[in-house]
Unconditional design. Structure first.
Length: 314
């Protein structure tokens, strides 16, 4: 005997919305537009500002922080508009929101250009909803300046509705599709304490990235020409790209998917779009085999107590 969604306590309307988003993720009809927009965004001459817009300095994407200003300004204007008395502060708040929407949109665009196709499809509609909101709030401001307060309020509430839709899509991107999330956060919770043997030294040719596994966690091991060993979590913190298929140069590894660069010695993300570093492992050799141990905060990975084996240790 089947049970209806309503009897199971689930909302048919919510399920329909999620089904719509699932179809949007799989729909390729806008991919040509997405390709053109992605290429254009990547070609912007932003230089070092690109990493700043990604939020590498902050440790997570800066776009969600920046959008608080326009959204907060517009929401405050809507609260004032609910009062029967006209308030000139509403127009000021709408103007502040319009002025700060552009840099917030730019930060979102540089993040969006480095996402998976399914995420970019949702992100495109997210951007369209927010663009509509900007247009509606622009119209609202014009009407208010011209003294047509009722029309200004109407356009303002329509703009807030568009912002709400854009926010729902942004939440889907962040939480259901995990765009902007740290895809290595679980590594310290999975890898057990102590040293783990990952293979004989000969299995790690000098200068070549090699993928192995520790407690079902993929690990990247690189042996330098001088014998020094480095080990990092193998899945890129940005979107879980396979670093073992990346390029090793100048003491760093470059992700083959979106170009994030990590320092082999400690996993520091020296170039975005990744905003989080890679978990790093201590390494040593024992009886001709490589062993790794997850580097955890507060532990000196170079302490004398850990120097065991045959001398090829970092």
């Amino acid at each position: 005997m089947s049970t209806s969604p309503r009897r199971r306590g689930r909302s048919p309307r919510q399920n329909a919305f999620l089904r719509l988003l699932d179809r949007l993720e799989r729909d390729p009809r806008a991919d040509r537009v997405i390709d053109a927009l992605r290429t254009g965004t990547r070609s912007l001459p932003l230089g070092a500002a690109r990493d700043a817009l990604h939020g590498r300095w902050l440790g997570h994407p800066v776009h969600p922080l920046m959008v608080q200003v326009p959204i907060g300004s517009w929401l405050s204007a809507a609260v004032l508009d609910l009062r029967p008395v006209r308030s000139p502060a509403s127009a000021l708040l709408i103007g502040v929101g319009l002025a700060t929407a552009a840099p917030a949109a730019l930060a979102g665009a540089v993040d969006w250009a480095e996402l998976h196709p399914e995420q970019q499809r949702v992100g495109l509609v997210h951007a369209l909803a927010n663009t509509a909101a900007v247009g509606l709030y622009g119209a609202s401001l014009v009407h208010r300046v011209q003294g047509r307060e009722a029309a200004g309020r109407a356009y303002g509430f329509l703009g807030l509705t568009a912002v709400g839709l854009g926010g729902a899509l942004g939440g889907h991107l962040a939480y259901r599709q995990a765009s902007g999330a740290n895809h290595t956060e679980e590594v310290p919770h999975i890898v057990t304490e102590g040293w783990h043997r990952v293979g004989p030294v000969d299995a790690f040719p000098a200068g070549q990235p090699v993928r192995c596994s520790v407690d079902d966690v993929p690990v990247l091991v690189v042996r330098e020409d001088g014998g020094t060993l480095h080990a990092l979590a193998e899945r890129c913190s940005h979107l879980a790209g396979p670093l073992s298929q990346g390029t090793v140069a100048d003491g760093c590894v470059r992700c083959p998917w979106h170009g994030s660069v990590f320092r082999l010695s400690d996993g520091l993300n020296v170039r975005g779009p990744a905003t989080a570093p890679q978990p790093a492992f201590d390494t040593r050799t024992v009886d001709g085999h490589v062993e790794v141990r997850l580097r955890r905060p507060g532990r000196d990975h170079g302490s004398p107590a850990d120097r065991q084996g045959d001398g090829l240790e970092t």
